[in-house]
Design a protein around this ligand. Structure first.
Ligand SMILES: *[C@@H]1O[C@H](CO)[C@@H](O)[C@H](O)[C@H]1NC(C)=O
Ligand SMILES: *[C@@H]1O[C@H](CO)[C@@H](O)[C@H](O)[C@H]1NC(C)=O
Ligand SMILES: *[C@@H]1O[C@H](CO)[C@@H](O)[C@H](O)[C@H]1NC(C)=O
Length: 385
């Protein structure tokens, strides 16, 4: 009587053997929910954030506040895993051009916080020592000014990208002039303002952060210099302030220079394949002699960081908007529920016929019960929905 089930099994095996390989079909999702506080997940989150920060040319280094969701899709043998991560992030005080690691950068104080979320698809093939970020997207928003002014009416009001007040430009030019005056020879010019805020103390006070580049003129040439500025890269960032009290102006400035002034174009020193892997505690690499590929031109991730306006600036009526809709963040490499092959063959030394399968980005409904992980800063004002 027990003969029937094995027969059914055989039939299934025959049928499925003939079918095209790797069909997740409509069965349980192949995405494994991972605990958001495990060191395995935190290590991968660190890699992802390093790659995102390295890819960016604008804005400030993002640091990890907490892992919101983490899934692993184990691929066919030898093909490693694709990870789908959602990270809650906070802006730090380091500009991305400083190329500092996010772990070495402090986050901004609460009333100047910029918080947000990143989604990332990350490919790991430990056996071949490949760590590759094919895609990411982040959405950032300034902490609600109305909430902050309720808690702290005297705090500076941050308006990170509001240049409408000409006093900000004045603060930048006057503070840079002061810096140039003190500089023995080299002179610098303004590239752009990257952050602004203002505060009323005994009078108005304006604060700006701005990128500078080397001016072709030296101090001795001063105003007679007619050399055209070259298209040089920003070499540093300055913090300037201008305050007024009893019609007396006071200007202050500090500047910090970036270590590597021309950031290496990604690719020449791509991280692909070169990670000093501490993931190896999970599984020892089997082939240690795989040398890095040099076809990294294609290894540039595709992604963007979107800045949303302060929620307070929304026209009336949108306050009650669904918080998730008010925080749009999308990352879909495919819409096909069966998935699509992801071309990573350029990461391999030898021709690879098999390709990992990428699926639509999972919604957070089926995330692990151990997600989100604990937050570094758990103020609800700076946690995305
Ligand atoms: C997260 O992990 C750390 C270190 O393993 C542990 O000390 C902490 O209690 C964990 N937090 C939660 C919320 O599980
Ligand atoms: C890549 O980095 C290494 C060590 O950091 C350095 O020695 C090498 O010159 C760099 N290569 C390129 C092409 O920048
Ligand atoms: C990333 O976000 C932008 C909107 O900011 C969107 O147009 C784009 O399709 C997203 N990328 C992916 C791969 O979904």
């Amino acid at each position: 009587m027990n003969l029937l089930p094995p027969l059914v099994f055989c039939a299934l095996a025959v049928c499925c053997g003939a079918a095209p390989p790797r069909q997740p079909a409509s069965g349980p999702s192949p995405l494994l929910p991972l605990s958001c506080n495990s060191s395995y997940v935190l290590d991968i989150a660190d890699f992802i954030l390093q790659d995102i920060n390295r890819d960016r040319k604008d804005g400030y280094v993002l640091s990890l506040n907490r892992v919101s969701d983490a899934r692993e899709h184990r691929q066919e043998a030898g093909l490693g895993s694709l990870f789908y991560f959602t990270l809650d992030v906070l802006e730090t005080g380091c500009h991305v051009l400083s190329r500092r690691s996010w772990k070495d950068c402090g986050v901004r104080i609460l009333h100047e916080s910029v918080y947000g979320q990143c989604k990332a698809v990350f490919y790991v093939n430990k056996a071949r020592r490949i760590f590759y970020l094919p895609a990411y997207n982040c959405t950032l928003r300034l902490v609600s000014r109305s909430e902050i002014s309720m808690m702290c009416p005297d705090c500076p009001s941050s308006s990170p990208y509001d240049l409408s007040d000409p006093r900000f430009l004045e603060t930048a030019t006057e503070s840079l002039a002061k810096y140039n005056q003190k500089s023995p020879s080299k002179q610098y010019s303004l590239v752009k303002i990257t952050k602004t805020s203002s505060q009323w103390v005994f009078g108005p006070a304006y604060f700006v952060e701005y990128l500078i580049k080397e001016s072709p003129c030296t101090k001795s040439q001063a105003s007679s210099c007619t050399l055209q500025p070259s298209n040089s890269e920003p070499v540093g960032i300055c913090h300037g302030s201008l305050s007024e009290q009893d019609s007396e102006k006071s200007v202050s400035v500090t500047c910090e220079f970036f270590k590597s002034q021309a950031p290496t174009p990604r690719g020449e020193n791509s991280t692909v394949n070169q990670r000093p892997t501490n993931l190896s505690k999970v599984e020892e690499p089997q082939q240690k002699n795989t040398s890095p590929t040099n076809s990294s031109a294609k290894a540039v991730p595709k992604g963007s960081v979107q800045y949303l306006p302060d929620l307070d600036d929304k026209p009336d009526g949108s306050q009650g908007q669904d918080p998730v809709e008010a925080f749009p963040l999308q990352l879909d490499l495919t819409t096909n529920p069966q998935g699509e092959p992801l071309d990573v063959s350029f990461l391999f030394l030898e021709p690879m016929e098999e390709k990992p399968v990428v699926l639509p980005f999972p919604s957070k409904e089926q995330r692990s019960a151990e997600c989100p992980g604990p937050a570094q800063k758990d103020n609800p004002l700076i946690l995305p929905p």
